[in-house]
Design a protein around this ligand. Structure first.
Ligand code: ES4
Ligand code: ZN
Length: 325
């Protein structure tokens, strides 16, 4: 228990967090009512019975369904502030946060409404908690590539309000190289580049994200561990992996968090970080992910090293990094 508090207090960065994945079932029901959105659940208990997932897709189905309750600028601000309060309790000093504009735009919302709502949450959160935040616009890889190109058109005038670009949703069958041109454009806008790879997909998708998208970090990346040459390359190039233990467990990527190759990757010199992905769906926020790894036998020292890696691997300026620890 005291160790658990020590883990929560470690100064850390959260580098893999989908803001829509922080939508707790209670808030989803409340917003559904406030916004007159009908959900196919009788009540909160009925909704809560739908949180057991067989794989990534079965999670995504619920995640996209609940996103439809987010309708106003204030909804996005409220969502962000609720997350930052949780993050603050877990020692988060810096949060680089994904959002899924294509889904909100498919729901009829303006890109600027979503972005402005989230930025307002970050501004208030910085004032209230001192947490530095930035937004990573994530491309939905199982939507048409044209839709991603159109998003880049829309986002061009707001590039200064964005930290980076990411790639998420259903992985297998939607390889990184489909988005080579989109990433080239994002790089020209000055955005940082990350992508989900090697979550459900194979090690080769991690290699292709590096070769064709030139990403600076890999989200998940756990299947890279099957390829020793690739692991050596990731270590040599200082590419951080944003591993999400409770997510990979709940999506049945591994049978147990102890089966994640975290120790193997660290021993090979890879900068592994621990993150929460979609905490409202996977049973815990970032502190709970650190605690889950401690229970597999990782020491407080090892987890403190991981927390340092997370701050280093963030896209903060050197001046910002100097004040986090
Ligand atoms: C996600 Cl866990 C996960 N994997 C891929 N895409 C996602 N979007 C939100 N959560
Ligand atoms: Zn993710």
């Amino acid at each position: 228990p005291t160790d658990e508090q020590a883990l929560r207090e470690l100064p850390k960065a959260e580098l893999h967090l989908h803001i829509e994945g922080t939508l707790e079932p209670e808030l989803a029901m409340k917003l559904a009512e406030r916004n007159n959105v009908s959900l196919p659940f009788a009540d909160l208990d009925d909704l809560k019975a739908h949180y057991e997932f067989e794989n990534l897709q079965s999670f995504l189905d619920l995640y996209y369904q609940l996103m439809s309750v987010l309708r106003t600028r204030q909804d996005f601000t409220d969502l962000m502030l609720a997350y930052l309060a949780r993050a603050n309790a877990d020692g988060v000093r810096r949060a680089e946060i994904f959002f899924d504009p294509q889904v909100h735009m498919s729901n009829g919302l303006d890109f600027d409404l979503v972005l402005d709502g989230l930025l307002e949450g970050l501004r208030i959160g910085h004032e209230r908690f001192g947490i530095d935040g930035g937004l990573i616009m994530s491309i939905i890889r199982d939507m048409p590539v044209d839709s991603a190109e159109a998003l880049l058109d829309t986002a061009t005038s707001r590039a200064d309000d964005l930290l980076g670009i990411g790639l998420d949703s259903a992985e297998v069958g939607y390889p990184p190289e489909l988005f080579g041109h989109v990433y080239e454009r994002a790089a020209r806008l000055g955005l940082h580049l990350v992508a989900h790879a090697g979550e459900e997909g194979p090690a080769d998708y991690v290699r292709r994200a590096l070769d064709f998208l030139h990403v600076e970090r890999i989200d998940h990346g756990v299947h890279a561990a099957a390829d020793n040459d690739l692991v050596a390359r990731i270590a040599r190039d200082g590419i951080a992996l944003t591993v999400c233990p409770l997510s990979s467990h709940r999506l049945q990527v591994v049978r147990d968090v102890a089966d994640l190759p975290v120790r193997q990757l660290l021993d090979a010199g890879v900068k592994v970080t621990l993150n929460s992905d979609d905490p409202a769906y996977f049973g815990g926020y970032i502190g709970d992910n650190y605690i889950a790894m401690a229970r597999t036998g990782m020491s407080l020292d090892e987890l403190a090293t991981i927390a340092e890696y997370s701050l280093e691997a963030s896209f903060a300026t050197p001046e910002q990094k100097a004040i986090y620890a």
